[in-house]
Design a protein around this ligand. Structure first.
Ligand code: CP3
Length: 359
């Protein structure tokens, strides 16, 4: 069956006038969906799921088929790069991601090399190719990476962290070693994103989940400077120069101006940011993506509808002097979310947002 082509998300991300607000949701494929849990069980574990392109494709398609979202996001993880660098990623049930071989010493940092995107991460590129074929133009496909700072944090801590004692210790005590680490990760990210676009990814998102843990000066030096290198590399490459790039620093609301200065196309906003204020600050330079509190998705359908309207109203009318808005949550949807809430969210945004777009 041929489905109608929906390129609303890409047109919005390019700052074009659209008829309504597009919506996709971070972590839209995942444990809140029973059909995801079934495929994960079939795969055996999360990493096998990521490394089997046909299964990665199947779970990428699940939320598109079920809810009619306006974009698909590649099913994978940000930690594929450090895994390919030899750190051995395992996903521990109830704990989250853990590396068997974290990187802690200068000698270990100096041994790291840039993985070959097609050789060492070929399963990701294969997944992109299989998904593009399966999508057949229905909606655009988003590729992604973790930011260098966020990836380096996991690589040094060895797992998630609350205080970031080890990576911040490295940054304060051995800034040169921290920079060496961040540079090899940045070079890896650039190669990886270029390969994703060559394989078929139509927009890119950089998840800087832990940049918000830094002071402003350290954010500029140890996170933003490396995201700047990524944007520069993509915008000067023949293959990637027209592919929109969205930067998302969780907890980065006070840094929106400097993030927009990178030359990226869009900014992801977490729910702590006032959308109207963000629009006034940078809305004429970048598209804004976000930012409903994900916990709303764990409550009732009327709360979902009401809070979705509040986000649409906070951005307000699309006047033409602003770049526009893409609806999303302010962080990933949680495993406790009700699938019916996702349908209520998508229906609300798709049926109600037209009034904020002039005809
Ligand atoms: O958004 C999507 O639907 C695409 C797939 C995707 C996943 N992870 C799948 C996943 C994306 C874009 C990510 C990004 C990611 N991964 C980030 C950045 C975004 C963010 O949430 O801040 C981070 C920090 C990670 C690292 C990671 N991977 C963590 C902390 C965890 C465990 C916590 C959790 O949510 O389970 C993972 C595992 C993971 N990545 C799962 C999924 C669907 C759960 C795996 C499972 O148990 O089945």
């Amino acid at each position: 069956m041929t489905q109608m082509k929906n390129d609303l998300y890409l047109r919005a991300l390019k700052g074009e006038k659209v008829e309504r607000t597009p919506i996709w949701v971070m972590r839209q494929a995942g444990r809140y969906l029973p059909e995801y849990r079934a495929v994960r069980k079939q795969a055996g574990d999360f990493l096998t799921l990521c490394k089997t392109p046909e299964l990665a494709c199947e779970v990428t398609m699940q939320p598109i088929d079920r809810f009619g979202l306006d974009a698909a996001i590649l099913f994978s993880d940000i930690l594929t790069i450090p895994d390919a660098m030899g750190l051995e990623l395992v996903l521990e049930e109830g704990i989250g991601p853990v590396f068997n071989k974290p990187v802690r010493t200068v000698a270990e940092i100096n041994k790291l090399g840039v993985p070959d995107a097609e050789q060492d991460l070929g399963y990701v590129m294969d997944a992109v190719r299989v998904i593009r074929k399966e999508l057949d133009g229905r909606v655009p496909l988003i590729g992604f990476t973790g930011s260098p700072w966020t990836l380096a944090s996991y690589m040094v801590e060895g797992s998630g962290s609350k205080e970031f004692r080890r990576i911040k210790g490295l940054m304060f005590e051995s800034p040169a070693a921290a920079r060496t680490l961040l540079q090899v990760v940045t070079d890896s990210v650039i190669t990886y994103l270029k390969a994703q676009v060559a394989a078929g990814a139509q927009s890119l998102m950089v998840f800087d989940t832990w940049g918000g843990m830094l002071s402003t000066a350290n954010y500029q030096t140890f996170s933003l400077a490396y995201m700047q290198q990524i944007v520069d590399a993509l915008k000067t490459d023949e293959v990637t120069k027209d592919t929109p790039v969205v930067l998302f620093t969780k907890g980065g609301g006070q840094w929106l101006e400097m993030m927009a200065d990178t030359g990226c196309d869009g900014l992801g906003l977490d729910w702590t940011v006032d959308l109207a204020n963000a629009k006034a600050r940078v809305g004429d330079r970048v598209v804004l993506q976000g930012n409903m509190d994900p916990v709303v998705m764990n409550t009732g359908e009327s709360q979902v509808r009401d809070n979705a309207m509040l986000v649409l109203e906070a951005y307000g009318n699309h006047s033409g002097s602003d770049k526009g808005h893409i609806f999303n949550l302010g962080h990933g949807i949680q495993p406790f979310a009700q699938p019916d809430n996702m349908q209520a969210l998508v229906t609300t945004v798709q049926s109600q947002s037209g009034q904020f777009h002039s005809k």
